[in-house]
Design a protein around this ligand. Structure first.
Ligand code: SAM
Length: 242
């Protein structure tokens, strides 16, 4: 479940180098809704990131020119965010900020105390914009990839998508602190499960624990669901990124 849209070159990049993108690299470019003159990030055969400008988009190929070297890919960390669907436009905020912070996939889900996608759409009519929010934030932060926003699903189904180090964000006093929990861990995939405004039920915490999630705390303060998600993705990236 890594991000998608990585534009991989089959040669070394260099400033002012002009290139033609075809095949998989061209297919990836199309995911960025490209327009002539737009800039985006490409990865060369040495895993170095470059900024490139689109000169011309044709049927099946595109001409680009590299104009800036950005440096090596900074992290092989995969961060999967499992997010109980919040009220109002908080999902957009979570997608935007966690994309900037390096999340690779987001799965919104229905928990006992969260609203359903139907209720949310009846009030907002906005869930179809989630991919657009992720795309804009990926462009803005100059990421080489776009995080995947997977379809809304049930809590049970969501638990099966946890991989690597599995964390359940818990505001309860018996949860271990995130800093302490991450100490010495070397996993390259981390899954973060975040509850809704009303929190998880006992039964949900039990089910998540059985599925391998450890309840972990961000401190004594009760954070809003969007704050908890954004902070946790930031801390995990900071602590586990390279
Ligand atoms: N059960 C709560 C209540 O209604 O009093 C609050 C739920 S909190 C607003 C929403 C979610 O954010 C929680 O389910 C949890 O996943 C996360 N969260 C909030 N504060 C947290 C903290 N201090 N540490 C870890 N997670 C937190």
């Amino acid at each position: 479940m890594t991000g998608h849209g990585e534009i991989r070159l089959d040669s070394k990049g260099a400033i002012e180098k002009a290139l033609r993108l075809e095949g998989p690299a061209f297919d990836s470019l199309l995911l960025w809704a490209p327009r002539a003159g737009a800039a985006f990030t490409v990865i060369d055969s040495d895993d170095t990131l470059f900024r490139a400008r689109l000169l011309e988009l044709k049927e099946g190929s595109a001409d680009i020119v590299i104009f800036e070297e950005v440096g090596k890919i900074d992290s092989s960390l995969e961060v999967i965010l499992l997010q109980a669907l919040p009220e109002k436009e908080r999902m957009e905020l979570i997608i935007q900020k966690t994309t900037e912070l390096g999340v690779t996939a987001i799965i919104p889900f229905k928990s006992e105390k969260s609203i359903s996608i139907g209720e949310r759409d009846a009030r907002q009519r906005k869930s179809h914009k989630w991919d657009e929010v992720a795309l804009k934030a990926a462009k803005q932060s100059r990421r080489p990839d776009i995080p995947q926003i997977l379809p809304f699903r049930s809590f049970k189904d969501t638990l099966t998508h946890g991989r690597g180090l599995k964390i359940l964000l818990s505001e309860r006093p018996d949860a271990v602190g995130l800093k302490e929990f991450l100490r010495g861990k070397k996993d390259r995939t981390v899954t973060i499960l975040v509850g809704p405004e009303g929190g998880f039920t006992e039964k949900e915490v039990e089910e998540a624990t059985e599925a391998g999630f450890t309840p972990v705390s961000l401190g004594k303060r009760i954070l809003r669901t969007e704050t908890a998600a954004i902070v946790a993705v930031g801390i995990v990236g900071y602590e586990m990124g390279e």
